[in-house]
Structure formats: structure tokens, C-alpha cells
Write a protein that binds this ligand. Structure first.
Ligand code: URA
Ligand code: SF4
Length: 268
């Protein structure tokens, strides 16, 4: 079984073979990433021929970007409602609302809420599924084994953990780490959506099916969602495997590497 250290070494080696550290290519999306832009252009023309679900080869074709995928633009808060979540003024305010939240059954067994953490100016937001045991004990996201691997994956694209905002779809641990249920996700997503609104990152990395399906409002499989540039409220979303899945299945290392390199190229 391969551990996170092997994976990181392999990532770095692949990166070196592919032409040095991080491959920052001209970014056709940049204009749409400027603050204030609404309805950025879709990017369907970027990679003719690339098909969803296929592993993108580094050597393939001229365009470094996969095709446009799903665009999800859920309505924001209603100014006249008295729901504090969509109007929370800061990340700290969200964390406080989460700490007091009893909107779903996951509040019952939690030890700590895990709202997410990272800098206000993070260019990348990583979204996982939900807190695990260590996260529930500490109140911090991705600090267990999967988190160690995430830290290494980020290092391989030259991002340190503290440059990235790391969070989950649900903010309380599901019992036995089961997949969060639909009503739990529905109760919790307003926090995630408001976090993303406040952060306005350049890219969102959705790790695993739960994050991808929630951010894109779809039931499509992770395999079908990979290798496209989706958008959430205009922000590019890259879908990849969850680090916990990678620990179980090393065959997904190479495709994960392809995905995070795409995300890296979208970061200015
Ligand atoms: N898995 C997740 O999805 N999130 C965490 O925070 C830890 C493990
Ligand atoms: Fe509230 Fe989300 Fe925790 Fe459910 S999982 S209690 S909605 S913070």
C-alpha cells in the first residue's frame, strides 16, 4: 500500500518530468476571474475533443484546459428575510453560527463543529465531504490521515496548507463517517455557499462525489464530472478524488495529479 509520502514524491517526480515546477500556462479564464465580473463566458471551446471521464494526458493537444461542464448558480439570500446565514458578514460570523447550529441530526453526536479554516484571501478553496473522527475531536478540517495526504497534494502544486481555505459540505461529523444524507446536506450547504461568497476564490477543488454533486447540484458520478471546468456562481470548479479514497486506491493517484494540475493552472 502506498502512503502519502510516496504519493507526494511521485507527484513531484511527475511534475519534474512534465517540465518543471508548476506549469503555469496562459490562462484563458483570467478575465472572467476578475472581481465584479458576472456571468463569465463559458469555456467550451478550450479543448475540442476532450471527453468527460477520460484522463487528460499531459501531452494531449494544444489546449491545456478541459471543456466547460456544469454551471450552477443557486440564488443567494433574500435581503428581506431574517435568515442570518446568507448575510453573515465574515467567516468568523459563519463559524459562530455553525457552532450554535442544530438544523440537522448531525448536531446530536458531534464533539466539535468543523466550519473550515484558511485565510480570507485564499485563491483556492478545497471542499471535502464532512469531518471525520480527528476533525470532530479537534474542530479542524482535514487533520487526520486524509488531511495529511491533502497537505502533500497541495505541496506538490506549491501551495501550503495555510494558503488554502479548507472546508467540508457538512460541518458536523456523520456517525461512523457515513455519507451525509440529503436532508443533512440541504440543511448545511447555506454555510458553505456563504463561505464561498465571502472568499471569492479563483478556483474550487471539489474532493469526492459528495462535494462535487453538492456544488454542481447534480447526481452525476465523480468519474463523469472529472476533467471538465464546471462553475459554481461563476467560479471554476475542478472535481477530483477524495484523499481518503486515494489512500484506499493508489490507481487514482495519476488522475488526481492531472486534476490538481488543472486547478493549479487556473490560479493566478
Ligand atoms: N474527510 C473529509 O471529507 N473532510 C475532512 O475534514 C476530513 C476527512
Ligand atoms: Fe448544522 Fe450543518 Fe451541523 Fe447539521 S451538519 S447541525 S446543518 S452545522
Amino acid at each position: 500500500m502506498s502512503n502519502g509520502r510516496d504519493l507526494a514524491r511521485e507527484f513531484l517526480e511527475q511534475q519534474r518530468q512534465l517540465g518543471g515546477s508548476p506549469v503555469i500556462l496562459p490562462d484563458p479564464l483570467t478575465p472572467s476571474l476578475r472581481p465584479g465580473s458576472v456571468n463569465p463566458p463559458r469555456t467550451a471551446a478550450l479543448t475540442p475533443g476532450a471527453s468527460p471521464g477520460k484522463t487528460q494526458s499531459a501531452a494531449a493537444g494544444d489546449s491545456p484546459f478541459p471543456p466547460a461542464g456544469i454551471s450552477y448558480d443557486p440564488p443567494g439570500g433574500d435581503l428581506f428575510s431574517n435568515d442570518p446565514v446568507p448575510q453573515a458578514p465574515s467567516l468568523d460570523a459563519i463559524a459562530q453560527l455553525v457552532a450554535a447550529c442544530t438544523k440537522c441530526r448531525l448536531c446530536e453526536a458531534r464533539r466539535h463543529t468543523v466550519p473550515g479554516e484558511g485565510p480570507r484571501d485564499a485563491r483556492l478553496v478545497v471542499v471535502g465531504e464532512g469531518p471525520g473522527r480527528v476533525e470532530d475531536e479537534t474542530g479542524r478540517p482535514f487533520v487526520g490521515q486524509a488531511g495529511e495526504l491533502l497537505t502533500k497534494i497541495l505541496a506538490a502544486i506549491e501551495l501550503s496548507r495555510d494558503q488554502v481555505f479548507i472546508c467540508n459540505v457538512v460541518k458536523c461529523r456523520p456517525p461512523e463517517n457515513r455519507v451525509p444524507q440529503y436532508d443533512e446536506i440541504a440543511a448545511c450547504v447555506p454555510y458553505l455557499f456563504r463561505q464561498i461568497d465571502l472568499l471569492k476564490p479563483q478556483v474550487i477543488l471539489a474532493m469526492g462525489g459528495t462535494a462535487a454533486q453538492t456544488l454542481l447540484n447534480t447526481k452525476q458520478s465523480l468519474g463523469a464530472l472529472r476533467n471538465q471546468i464546471h462553475r459554481f456562481r461563476g467560479i471554476p470548479v475542478i472535481v477530483t478524488y477524495h484523499p481518503a479514497a486515494l489512500l484506499r486506491n493508489p490507481n487514482w493517484k495519476k488522475p488526481t495529479w492531472d486534476d490538481v494540475r488543472i486547478a493549479r493552472r487556473l490560479i493566478a
